[in-house]
Design a protein. Sequence first.
Lengths: 517, 40
Amino acid sequence: MSEPKLATREVFSSRNVFILAAIGSAVGLGNIWRFPYVAYTNGGGAFVIPYLVALLTAGIPLLFFDYALGHRYRSAPPLALRRAGKKWTEALGWWQVLVCFVIGVYYAAILAWAAMYFFFSFTEAWGADPGAFLMGEFLQVAETPGVGFDFVPQVAIPMLVVWILTIGVIALGVKRGISRANVVMIPLLLVMFLILVVQAVTLPGAVDGLNAFFTPNWAALGDPAVWAAAYGQIFFSLSVGFGIMITYSSYLRRRTNLAGSGLVVGFANSGFELLAGIGVFATLGFLMQSTGQSMEDVAAGGIGLAFVAFPSIVSSTGIGPLLGVLFFASLVFAGFTSMISIVEVVVAAIQDKLGLGRLQSTLVVGLPMAAVSMLLLPTTTGLYFLDITDEFINKFGILAGAFAMVVAVAWVLRKLPLLQSHVDRVSSVRFGRVWLVLMGIVVPVVLGYILITEIITKVTTPYGGYPTGLLAGFGWGMVVLTIIGAIALAATPWKRATITHVDEDALDTKYEEIMAK
Amino acid sequence: MTATALIMMIVAMLTLWGGLAAAIVHLVRSPEVIVDEGDD
């Protein structure tokens, strides 16, 4: 029997570098600005129970699922899913790639804002009313939601820098670019964030903030919405199900302890979220005390937390710019390592499909992405595009795409036992049948439930009260576009040299031999 | 901090940071083996 020959591929120099890159991808803005608020509004201290259950029963199993696909078939999502299945499963891979394309387009803008706020921190440029400063002076948001091309230079220039750096790092390749960026930034992020948290918990009022955050509301555990929130948080925070982990694990040596590495990544991501929760709520406790408001008034998540609440806090601590500088530098580092991983998915997929070199494929992908991004985001209407597209692409791109992939691989292709034996063969921890049950039943049921709930919500109430036309374009339209694009890309032929079909038995034998060495 | 909030904070720290520590210890104890994987 001839050995399956898969194309020569770049590799991470070691397991530890891969782990850092995977943590860099997983730890992003969502860990810092989403988790604390989600936990607070869904039972506080009691949230730790559904959260832990979700991590163990869905997050880590999905992480292994992505690792198995990327590692076994050694390619970005379209080719990995093609090798695991057929042409229609390749389309599911392209769907993930296009979702990453869209996310990269607007993620660059948030990174640019965070970078600008890093500099604003030194002078407290936001003045007495950070909310008005953000929407007015800084973003110059148009009063009516719509599409416009009035450019805002103070957003456009840092965005351009973000794109140049992202393209530069990816063009340098897995070892010289992606690895180095993560090896430097992730330890630095941890150190900066630890200093931030120590500063935060010593602020007056911090204890009240932590009390508000950790006091359990046990009744919340009986609410299915709280459980859905826990699964949703784990799912969105771990960077699973939309191609990133498939792509990164495709750069691993064949003999790599997948499950052992995955456990570190999964717990590191959640561990960082807990740290962020403590830091954020300690500072919110300070805000609560200094303004005499209640936690319900000051608690916030997302853009409101980062660019409105946090600047207010920095201004009123009286300890100088340190808190703001550390916070926004952390956002930039956490965001940049995630941005790299998002764009890398698209670059790797195009590299597989067109058989181009690293530099060429980076430019073929990076330049159009940057162009679309620079055209739509640094404008007076950019915030509307970002808000709507982010919401819809998260729910009906990432979530729906992951659901479709899991159902396809588990229920239609019935490849779970094969993937399970693949992960178990190379790993020091074996999950065997437990993983089969979790991936075959628990994960698709939970993802399906959250997806259906989201569809009902979006259909019955227009998101954010935006005009229907805008929601149809930036929201539903964007989702439909990614699906049509995915089908079209899957229909285009592969180069003749590309191996789209693998002999699974021969591949198993190859792994057995490598593990026996 | 109140007793219940403190307990929940400790529970969260023990499970998440403890889990991370355990995962790291486990990984260190199964060191990476690099072998010639052939050309592909």
